[in-house]
Design a protein around this ligand. Structure first.
Ligand SMILES: CC(C)(COP(=O)(O)OP(=O)(O)OC[C@H]1O[C@@H](n2cnc3c(N)ncnc32)[C@H](O)[C@@H]1OP(=O)(O)O)[C@@H](O)C(=O)NCCC(=O)NCCS
Length: 158
């Protein structure tokens, strides 16, 4: 298995993976496609096995007002047949070591039981506008303690 930055030639395969990993939800594929259509600044890597994209991770900008204040772990997906084999953990650990990610506050909406292993902890602040009561809103290196609303790229808002 190789980990590579997501390049345009792998985009269709990565989109197909996102579709299958999150089915029947269509929100994540729409988000993934729209973030690329709008050329938003993203940090993305994929796991390749032979010619297939078997996992994908994508970080997008987090905002405090108009200022960038960190990154959102926007998507983490593993091909359903290959889940539970450590691939998601390996890709996430790899991404968290990369220079563009390693010093930034990172936020994710995700299962606390899964993300706790990587250092993410529940955040009371900032406020995530995508869920009620910050349910499953987690942070790594978060230093914001005021109840400001954290911003996402416009494509996140349904
Ligand atoms: C969540 C996901 C990325 C994890 O990747 P993975 O390769 O299957 O996970 P790993 O093999 O690295 O880790 C397996 C461990 O995580 C746990 N786990 C896997 N998915 C989990 C989830 N959604 N919630 C909580 N725990 C989870 C497993 O029980 C296992 O625990 P153990 O190590 O104590 O036995 C993958 O299952 C997936 O693509 N799910 C669908 C999309 C999704 O929900 N993405 C996350 C939100 S962005």
């Amino acid at each position: 298995m190789k980990i590579r930055p997501l390049t345009p030639d792998l985009l269709a395969k990565a989109g197909s993976l996102v579709h299958h990993a999150f089915a029947p939800s269509r929100y994540e594929l729409r988000l993934f496609d729209r973030l690329h259509e709008k050329n938003r600044p993203l940090h993305e890597w994929v796991c390749l096995h032979r010619q297939a994209v078997i996992a994908c991770i994508c970080f997008s900008r987090a905002f405090h007002g108009k200022k960038v204040c960190g990154l959102h772990l926007a998507l983490l997906a593993v091909q359903p047949r290959q889940q539970g084999q450590g691939i998601g953990s390996e890709l996430l650990r790899f991404a968290l070591r990369q220079a563009a990610i390693a010093t930034q506050p990172i936020y994710v909406l995700g299962d606390p039981a899964y993300f706790h292993k990587f250092g993410f902890v529940p955040c009371a602040a900032p406020i995530c506008p995508l869920v009620r009561g910050n349910k499953h809103f987690l942070g790594l290196r978060n230093s914001i303690i005021e109840p400001i609303t954290i911003g996402y790229e416009p494509e996140f808002y349904r």
